[in-house]
Design a protein. Structure first.
Length: 359
């Protein structure tokens, strides 16, 4: 089942792309930048990755000053942007693809455009989220030729901000990372076992959901940053999960909880695709995008709209082994038999870029 990818308002002709590409992103194994870099390599494209960590890594007081008092500005924004432009020149790049709320800055994008480079952004976060909104970024966004957003809530906002070519493009999964991997042996089974696993950051609005599961005496496996800050979850904090840990934790869990990030106005999350590909029985927040991706309630996932409904659905699933197995198999088939890898997403972006070059 192929997801609807393109904004229906776009009439631009899609064309294949074989040109050199500069990718701006985080090369960490769980990051979208890395997934797209691997996708470009699998497509045998000439690609160069510029590591966004170089823009943000700085002496701690300087980084804090720039982030808090200068509108979430990366400390080395200017220097890193010049490095990106130099990389484009040295590689003969015809495309520049940034991921998320990353440099380059306005001036660099302007210069790249004058050089005939198609400028793209896969906008993985909400630029209007007060936790990360920056004036430097809002100035840069309209300079992109194409913005792809996995967030329907952002599409009209982006157009009003002056972005002329905006396309809805969901998240995806990376087959080399997101696949079923049950624990190996009794020791790992005991280490990773849970009734409900959740992997994600400890946003304040998420804490009541996990606290409710804990209070209901449901065994929770909790991974991600900052859960140790909260009394309700501190004792169950298993820390950050690498890809192999996450696969084993999902494989050992009876249910995987999928929460969106409300400060980002998410309709779905990276985990929506990743959990399905890893063979999880998914209990997810009920959103329009989740239903588009996973189908109606009870087909390949179970949805909830409130904490009491989450508890009711979780308890019903925990009592029904056959139903959990059926849902997990259906979710994996739905996502993995569709065009939902990061290679598919990159191919779509570059087809739009090909149309942009020929227009």
């Amino acid at each position: 089942m192929k997801q609807a990818l393109a904004d229906p308002k776009s009439t631009r002709e899609l064309k294949p792309w074989r040109e050199p590409l500069v990718l701006v992103g985080n090369p960490g194994p769980e990051h979208v930048g890395n997934h797209l870099y691997k996708a470009a390599q699998s497509l045998q494209l000439p690609v160069q990755l510029c590591n966004t960590e170089r823009a943000f890594n700085a002496w701690s007081p300087a980084a804090a000053f720039n982030w808090r008092l200068r509108g979430h500005r990366p400390t080395h924004l200017g220097r890193f942007s010049r490095e990106v432009l130099r990389e484009c020149a040295e590689t003969g790049a015809k495309g520049l693809l940034s991921t998320g709320l990353a440099p380059p800055d306005f001036e660099t994008l302007e210069q790249a455009g004058r050089s005939g480079i198609v400028r793209m952004n896969f906008l993985t976060d909400d630029p209007w989220n007060p936790r990360q909104k920056g004036s430097w970024l809002m100035r840069a966004l309209p300079r992109y030729d194409l913005i792809f957003s996995p967030r329907k809530a952002n599409l009209d906002d982006l157009r009003r901000a002056g972005c002329n070519n905006v396309v809805y493009l969901p998240f995806a999964y990376a087959p080399e990372i997101h696949f079923p991997e049950p624990p190996s042996g009794p020791e790992e089974e005991e280490r990773y076992a849970s009734d409900v696993v959740f992997a994600g950051g400890a946003d304040a609005e998420r804490v009541p959901y996990l606290a409710a599961l804990i209070q209901a005496r449901i065994r929770v496996g909790l991974y991600g940053g900052y859960w140790g800050k909260y009394a309700e979850t501190r004792h169950l904090d298993r820390g950050l999960a690498s890809s192999n840990v996450l696969r084993k934790a999902v494989g050992a869990a009876r249910i995987a909880l999928c929460l969106v990030r409300r400060a980002n106005r998410d309709g779905h999350a990276m985990r929506t695709y990743e959990l399905a590909a890893m063979g999880a029985c998914i209990l997810a927040e009920d959103t329009e995008e989740h239903r588009e991706i996973l189908g109606p309630d009870g087909v390949s996932a179970v949805f909830f709209r409130s904490i009491p409904e989450m508890l009711e659905q979780a308890q019903a699933l925990l009592c029904d082994d056959a139903r959990r197995s059926r849902l997990a198999a259906a979710a994996r088939a739905r996502i993995c038999n569709g065009s939902n890898t990061y290679r598919d997403r990159l191919s779509t972006m570059l087809e739009f870029a090909g149309g942009e070059r020929s227009s």
